[in-house]
Design a protein around this ligand. Structure first.
Ligand code: EPU
Length: 419
């Protein structure tokens, strides 16, 4: 298994560009199932999860072509299989995103039930309840969700809990339903707005994405389009944290700062100086030590759970004590034990972490447990004394495009060690 070897101590400086967002791209790839024509996706990030989603579509009979500009043309017309097999679903839970499109377009789907994962139990009951309300009949057999519907019918649905991929799944399904669907208690993440814009570009009629109520008027079919994946706000946030903890001075191009308002507010609280344009964020850290910041994760527009692990590293080095409350996932503190092995002083009790700032971290051999946890270990390695070796980096390759290349470009010293 490949590892990353980080020689700590560099101060990050320079300019990098943000890659396309994984969590915007995955539902868009799934949404191509709804189209009667070819769809071209541009600016897709080169990530393991994107490859897995293509593998899933390919296993159902989709044709995927890549041109010299790295644009993907996806043709899902007349899929032969309407099944997501366990081998793929177990490696990527977002495979559940093909459920809504398959039932809406073909009237049937068989999707392996995702199990628990490193960050929590993560059930899909909200997706299934809402799909049933659209008229699908759903049964669970031999570890698979089997869903059928002659024709989905629009209705009013209030989600029992806020779910990002659940909102996306039902928004996609409702596009081809008969009549109007009104969704409430929906997720409002920027990726929901991205997906609605993408579906509308294919001929869907969606309004209200990004607000408390999404209205979808069903249409007979969707046509092809060409669409560019927007920038990854969590990737940008992760590099901004890297600049804070290395007393750096960096600029990230291609990212709309409005997607990161809560994160930028908290970065300013640490003492960092931030300047923005419509599509860039610059951060300079002059303080010797960051100020501690209290954080409570919650659905957008609140502080994202996907930035919690990275902020643990800022707080671990801060001048004082801070509190983090993780309210989205029940088990998203797997990085803490590893961070403590690098000299952090963090105590976790339930969903509450108390972080006492320490003077310095030291390099160690550590193990990544999930995507954002791996990011936090790499960040800790950047500012630790000596060498940090991060194992199981396949987690990081799922969601950060060429992370060591981008950090090295800013002055870090990271080497990918072969298996
Ligand atoms: N939940 C249920 N039942 C459901 C669905 C969700 O109880 O049917 C619970 C979950 O267990 C969790 C909470 O609701 O406690 C929120 O989960 P949500 O469904 O919103 O998460 P998700 O859609 O599976 C997406 C992102 C995650 C991100 C979360 C929260 C994608 C592909 N994944 O997951 O991204 O953390 O929203 O913002 O969009 C990551 O990129 O590292 C990542 C994990």
């Amino acid at each position: 298994m490949e590892k990353l070897l980080i020689n700590g101590g560099a101060c990050l400086k320079g300019t990098i560009s943000c890659s396309g967002a994984k969590n915007a791209a995955l539902p868009m790839i799934a949404a191509t199932i709804l189209s009667d024509e070819n769809v071209v996706l541009k600016n897709l990030p080169y990530l393991q999860d994107i490859t897995t989603m293509f593998e899933l579509l390919g296993s159902m009979g989709a044709e995927i072509l890549l041109n010299e500009n790295m644009d993907f043309t996806i043709s899902t017309n007349e899929l032969k299989e309407k099944e997501a097999r366990y081998e793929l679903v177990k490696t990527m839970r977002a495979s559940i995103l093909v459920l809504g499109p398959l039932v809406a377009k073909y009237g049937e789907a068989r999707i392996a039930l995702p199990g628990g994962c490193a960050i929590g139990t993560r059930p899909v009951n909200f997706h299934l309840d809402a799909l049933e309300q659209l008229g699908a009949s759903i049964s669970l057999k031999n570890g698979y969700i089997e869903a059928r519907a002659k024709k989905l019918k629009g209705t009013s649905i209030k989600f029992d809990g806020v779910t990002v991929t659940g909102t996306e799944n039902i928004m996609m399904a409702a596009c081809l339903a008969e009549g109007t669907t009104i969704l409430t208690n929906v997720a409002k993440e920027p990726e929901i707005i991205d997906l609605a814009q993408f579906l509308n570009a294919m001929g869907a009629k969606i309004t209200g994405a990004g607000t408390d109520e999404i209205i979808i008027e069903g249409v007979k079919g969707l046509h092809g389009t060409e669409y560019s994946i927007p920038a990854d706000r969590i990737e940008a946030g992760t590099y901004l944290v890297a600049a804070v903890i290395t007393k750096g001075d960096i600029k990230i191009n291609g990212i709309n700062p409005k997607r990161l308002t809560k994160v930028l507010d908290k970065l300013v609280e640490t003492g960092a100086k931030i300047t923005t344009t419509n599509d860039s964020i610059s951060l300079k850290m002059d303080l010797e030590k960051p100020k501690p910041v209290d954080i409570t994760t919650a659905p957008f527009p609140e502080f994202p759970t996907d930035m919690q692990a990275q902020f643990s590293v800022i707080n671990a080095l801060a001048d004082g004590v801070s509190n983090i409350y993780e309210t989205v996932f029940e088990n998203r503190y797997m990085h803490i034990q590893e961070l403590n092995r690098m000299g952090c002083d963090i105590q976790v009790s339930g969903n509450h972490a108390v972080i006492k700032g320490v003077d310095s971290l030291y390099g160690a051999e550590v193990m990544a447990t999930d995507l954002r946890a791996s990011a936090s270990l790499i960040l800790a390695g950047l500012c630790a004394k000596g060498k940090t070796k991060v194992d199981r980096i396949y987690h990081i390759d799922r969601g950060y495009e060429r992370i060591e290349e981008k950090l090295n470009y800013l002055g870090a010293n990271i080497t990918r060690l072969p298996s």
